[in-house]
Design a protein. Structure first.
Length: 192
């Protein structure tokens, strides 16, 4: 009989362990579900933050474009570039390529194509130079014009402004409520 009591105790202990195991598994599944729900919320929050940042960056970029465009004719005229008008957001598709130029200052024989960035980086200068190599092809009405390039920005990183000048681009810094060309006085722009 004493063995029967021990066996009975062991059976009860085993039943308690099994119940405890099931309870632990249920809690684990519940915790796992909460983690998944939290991860999903983080993903949703990340999407919202990215969307808000893109909207902010887009609106900020438009503000910088407006600031630069407002002074562009004046600052280019001061450098001997006789442009009289500007146009913004030139978009198109030619030869299987989509393109967009932020601002074009022009007259009857010259254009200055301007890439505007809130923060100018080396990759932006390199990408713009690539686009500029196709400017006359993509904008056929300017094929007989003298085509010059410029980058405009609020901040420059990685010495991107120095690179731009070395590559023959006008460098325009947006400051306060105006813009200014910061190239050296003897700067000679590249013709594209």
């Amino acid at each position: 009989m004493p063995h029967e009591v021990e066996i009975q105790d062991l059976k009860m202990l085993l039943a308690e362990l099994i119940a405890s195991q099931k309870d632990t598994e249920a809690r684990f599944k519940e915790t796992e579900a909460r983690f998944k729900e939290t991860a999903d919320r983080f993903k949703d929050t990340d999407k919202r933050i990215n969307k808000a940042f893109e909207l902010f960056e887009s609106q900020w970029g438009k503000l910088i474009e407006a600031l630069v465009e407002g002074d562009l004719v004046r600052v280019l005229n001061e450098r001997g570039i006789a442009v009289a008008e500007t146009a913004t957001r030139r978009k198109g598709r030619r030869g299987g390529h989509n393109y967009e130029f932020d601002i074009i200052a022009h007259d009857t024989t010259q254009i200055v194509v301007v890439e505007v960035k809130t923060t100018l980086r080396v990759k932006h200068v390199e990408h713009f130079l690539e686009k500029m190599s196709h400017a006359k092809e993509w904008m056929a009405e300017y094929k007989n014009y003298e085509v010059l390039g410029a980058v405009a920005f609020l901040l420059a990183e990685e010495a991107a402004d120095t690179l731009a000048e070395k590559k023959g681009l006008f460098v325009i810094c947006a400051t306060g409520d105006s813009a200014a060309i910061v190239n050296a006085d003897d700067f000679q722009p590249r013709r594209f």
